[in-house]
Design a protein around this ligand. Structure first.
Ligand code: DAH
Length: 339
C-alpha cells in the first residue's frame, strides 16, 4: 500500500506539472481525488489492513492527498495568472490612438435657405401650407385667372399628365386650395417643388422650388404687401438691403409687381451678378385679383389680400454665391460639404 501511495504521489506531481489549462487540471483532480479517483480507491482498501498498520498508512494517505491538493492549487493559480496576463495584453487599449472620424452631414443649401425663410415668416405670424405636386389644371391655371390662351399653358412649358392633370408649374395653386378650406384671416407661406418643361442649363432646371405667400383679410392694402416684403428682404439679405417695386403683369394679381433688392454681392454698386444694374429681381407679387378670391369662395367686396412667389433656388444661389443651378441637384458631396 505504501508503494501504491508513493506511486500515485509521484505520478500526480509529474502530471500536474505538465498541465496546460484549467480543464486539464480539473480532469486530473477527478482522476486522483474524485469519488472514483485513484487515491480514494486506495483509501477504501484501508479496511483490509491489519489494525496496527492503519494509522501509519492513514497518515501517509493524508499527506499524499494534501500534497496533491497543494500542487494543484499552486498550479491553478499559475495558470490563472497566465490567463489574466494574456487577456490584459490582448485587451490593451491605446488611449493615444486617434479616434475614427465620424463625418457629420449638413443641410442642403436649399434646406438651409428655406429654413431661414420659414423662420422669418413665422416671426411675422405666417403659417405653413402645402399642396399636391400632381395638380389639376383647374387649380394651376383656371382658378388663378389664367385664360385658356395663356402661353404658360403651352405644352412647351407644362408637363401634362392628361388634359386635366399636370405637374404644377408654380406653388400658386395652393392659394385657391387654401381659400376653399380656410376663412380669412389667412396668412400662409407655401414652400414646394414645381415643374417646368425647360432644358437644363446654368439657370434652368425642369424641377425647382418656390415659396408662395398669401395674405387675405379685411382692409389689406398694398402698404401691407410692401411692408411685409421689405421686412422679409432685409431679414434675409441684411438690414441695409433696399427694395424696389416695379409694375409687372400676372393674371392672378392686380396690380402686379416684381420686387427687386439691392444686389447682395455688390450692395448696389453694380457687378457681374446684377448685370451692373445694382438690383436683382427677388420675387413676383401683387394684390390678389378679385376673380381669384371668387374662385376661393371669398367675398371680394369684404376681403382683399396680397400674394407673392419667389424662386428658392435662385435665392439660395444668390445667398451662397453659387453660379449654376445644376450644382444644387447633382448631390456632389464635395460641393454640398461647403455649406
Ligand atoms: N406664380 C408665379 C410664377 O411662378 C410667381 C408669383 C407671382 C406668385 C406673383 C404670386 C404672385 O403669388 O402674386 O412665376
Amino acid at each position: 500500500m505504501r508503494q501504491k501511495l508513493e506511486n500515485i504521489r509521484d505520478e500526480a506531481i509529474e502530471n500536474i506539472s505538465k498541465v496546460k489549462d484549467l480543464d486539464q487540471l480539473e480532469r486530473l483532480r477527478l482522476k486522483y481525488l474524485g469519488k472514483k479517483g485513484e487515491l480514494t480507491q486506495v483509501l477504501r482498501g484501508m479496511g483490509k489492513l491489519p489494525a496496527e498498520d492503519r494509522p501509519v498508512m492513514g497518515q501517509l494517505a493524508n499527506e499524499v492527498r494534501y500534497l496533491i491538493e497543494e500542487q494543484m492549487d499552486e498550479h491553478k493559480k499559475n495558470l490563472e495568472d497566465k490567463l489574466l496576463n494574456y487577456r490584459l495584453k490582448l485587451e490593451t487599449i491605446d488611449v493615444t490612438v486617434p479616434g475614427t472620424n465620424i463625418e457629420r452631414g449638413n443641410l442642403h443649401p436649399l434646406t438651409s435657405v428655406l429654413n431661414e425663410i420659414i423662420d422669418i415668416f413665422i416671426g411675422m405670424g405666417f403659417e405653413i401650407a402645402e399642396g399636391p405636386e400632381v395638380e389639376l389644371d383647374y387649380y394651376n391655371f383656371e382658378a388663378l385667372n389664367i385664360p385658356k390662351s395663356h402661353p404658360s399653358r403651352d405644352v412647351q412649358d407644362t408637363f401634362y399628365i392628361t388634359d386635366e392633370i399636370l405637374l404644377r408649374t408654380h406653388t400658386s395653386p395652393v392659394q385657391v386650395r387654401t381659400m376653399e378650406v380656410q376663412k380669412p384671416p389667412i396668412k400662409i407661406i407655401v414652400p414646394g417643388r414645381v415643374y417646368r418643361s425647360d432644358d437644363v442649363d446654368a439657370t434652368h432646371s425642369p424641377i425647382f422650388h418656390q415659396v408662395e405667400g398669401l395674405v387675405v383679410d379685411e382692409h389689406i392694402t398694398m402698404a401691407d404687401l410692401k411692408g411685409v416684403l421689405d421686412v422679409f428682404v432685409k431679414e434675409l439679405f441684411g438690414e441695409r438691403t433696399q427694395t424696389k417695386f416695379r409694375p409687372h403683369y400676372f393674371p392672378f394679381t392686380e396690380p402686379s409687381m416684381e420686387v427687386d433688392a439691392t444686389c447682395v454681392t455688390c450692395g448696389g454698386e453694380g457687378c457681374r451678378i446684377c448685370s451692373h444694374t445694382g438690383w436683382i429681381e427677388i420675387l413676383g407679387a401683387g394684390m390678389i385679383h378679385p376673380n381669384v378670391l371668387k374662385y376661393g369662395g371669398i367675398d371680394s367686396e369684404k376681403y382683399s389680400g396680397f400674394a407673392f412667389g419667389l424662386g428658392l433656388d435662385r435665392i439660395a444661389n444668390l445667398k451662397y454665391g453659387i453660379d449654376d443651378i445644376r450644382l444644387l441637384y447633382e448631390n456632389d458631396i464635395r460641393f454640398l460639404k461647403q455649406f
